[in-house]
Design a protein around this ligand. Structure first.
Ligand code: KIV
Length: 254
């Protein structure tokens, strides 16, 4: 049977490029589903763009469960992938227990950050029959340790490590891997080396698919837009104008 997850798994072999966007609530997720995205990622980026935290390291599993439930109610055709937040997959047992909570909330698959270093936890989750997407390159959950969001793969050593991470994630059983903010030539090498699809963000065109934070794409977080995003709408500005118009009409006695 052709389920959304099956379509993700077979995309690379069938030469289909994957279009993935983040979703955090029912109405936006429903719009993305209607637009035909392959998957909706309930990313822990919601920490910044929805909850107002400075980065993703403040997001809790309870928050991810809450948002995953809303997105799962909306998704009819797209696969729902939910992020395991920081400190919820430190051991194999903890990783499996956390992944189960996201699956019970309605996710079709979970995602976690890390390559070679997280192979055991990935294997444990997949071993329990839980589909998993990897995430290599820049790891937003390590932003505080690394002192910012810096492009990866600049040195030969770092490039080789990223390729190894991709191979480790695939060998551990992941069905796809997100590659974030990595130099395009390294991304091309990873994409060629893997049978599973690579889904890039700020990683050039050599991936098997692309993912973006929807709020960046539609201009709904206008206070910051990553350099690699060209917003395709100005939803934030539309909200501001609609609210201003409402304020003026109410104060004017209309
Ligand atoms: O949390 C998120 O939205 C993500 C994307 C940046 C891939 O992990």
């Amino acid at each position: 049977m052709s389920t959304p997850l099956h379509r993700l798994r077979t995309a690379k072999a069938e030469g289909r490029r994957l279009a993935v966007l983040t979703g955090y609530d029912y109405p936006v997720a429903k719009l993305l589903d209607e637009a035909g995205v392959d998957a909706i990622l309930v990313g822990d980026s919601l920490g910044m763009v929805v909850l107002g935290y400075p980065d993703t390291t403040f997001v809790t599993l309870d928050e991810m469960v809450h948002h995953t439930r809303a997105v799962a109610r909306a998704a009819e055709h797209a696969a729902v992938i939910a992020d395991l937040p920081i400190a919820t997959y430190e051991t194999s047992a903890q990783a499996v227990a956390s992944a189960r909570r996201l699956m019970e909330a309605g996710a079709d698959a979970v995602k976690l950050e890390g390559g070679v270093a997280k192979a055991a936890e990935i294997r444990a989750i997949v071993g329990e029959g839980i589909p998993l997407v990897g995430h290599i390159g820049l790891l937003p959950q390590k932003v505080r340790e690394e002192g910012g969001y810096k492009i990866k793969g600049k040195t030969e050593e770092e490039a080789a490590r990223i390729v190894e991470d991709g191979l480790a994630v695939e060998a551990a059983g992941a069905l796809a891997v997100v590659i974030e903010l990595v130099r395009p030539e390294v991304v091309a090498q990873v994409t060629q080396s893997l049978r599973i699809p690579t889904i890039g963000i700020g990683a050039g065109e050599a991936c098997d698919g692309q993912v973006l934070v929807t709020y960046d794409l539609v201009g709904l977080f206008p206070w910051f837009t990553p350099k690699f995003v060209s917003p395709a709408a100005t939803v934030g500005q539309s909200i501001r104008e609609a609210a201003r118009g409402f304020v003026e009409r109410v104060r004017g006695g209309e």
